[in-house]
Design a protein around this ligand. Sequence first.
Ligand SMILES: Oc1ccccc1CN[C@@H]1C=C[C@@H](O)[C@H](O)[C@H]1O
Length: 331
Amino acid sequence: VPAESALKDIFAEDFHIGAAVSSNTIKSQESLLTHHFNSITAENEMKFASVHPEEELYTFEEADQIVDFARKHGMAVRGHTLVWHNQTTDWLFRDEQNQLVSKAVLYERIRSHIQTVVGRYKGDIYAWDVVNEVIADDGDQLLRTSSWTEIAGDEFIAKAFEYAHAADPNALLFYNDYNESHPSKRDKIYTLVKSLLDRGVPIHGIGLQAHWNLFNPSLDDIRAAIEKYASLGLQLQLTELDVSVFRFEDKRADLTEPEPGMLEQQAEFYEAVFKLLKEYSDVISAVTFWGAADDHTWLSDFPVRGRKNWPLLFDERHRPKPAYYRLAALA
Ligand SMILES: Oc1ccccc1CN[C@@H]1C=C[C@@H](O)[C@H](O)[C@H]1O
């Protein structure tokens, strides 16, 4: 069992501390996960394409393994994610002639999906990322164009929350997105969530994915985003926190290990971020990292396939990195 103070204890008075896991990492990272974290999220195993590959076929084995692991260790589980434009099967949007289906058919299909998936884990999963990443990154349009908007305009968003609430009235329902601290996208997310609230849609929280890097966002932008979202009276969670050592535009792929200065910069940034998050612990209910340690991170394949990254608090051998020790000192 790791010797260093548990993150979940360091922040016990502030917020839950979570990690994204896979059916592999609940084995390969078991002691790190059970020691430091009191919440987990399935990185991929609960996405539409993972659990519902064909209209008549659900495949829950790996999602069940993750929920069973959490139950065994008394950890909370966040469900990720029900409505998204990525990692979603084409059959959902198409008929036998491969034409886009009607709004009514799409709604019946997604209602059935949500009823089945949310219903299966009722009592085990306390919070769901009901809708992920519908806000457009660029331009004046509010929503990104997808099969969802092609078929159902913006109406599918409220429907998803209503279906999830019907499936589990006790679950906390989140809208989740990335680049959430960019002022322009922040204001769009605010506009969407406020419109849902004003129409009485059952939504309880906003998920800030927090896929950040050594260079951005600024602490001022993070603070402004927290303040803006908190003004809606909803709870906030950081849902996919990691700190890439590269700027998003930096495609360099020559490093086999982080440069020393990178780990020091990363420690500085993580320390400043968690000092800020503690200031807002009254509205932030959980902080989930998108992985537990650098031996498994989606950033080693995005945005540059096969380019290693070191974004988390523990290294590839699960040893604490400088950033961990800065957070431990905040206790
Ligand atoms: O940071 C981004 C930049 C562009 C597109 C998507 C994202 C983040 N997208 C996230 C990342 C990894 C996936 O496993 C998550 O399900 C997804 O929510």
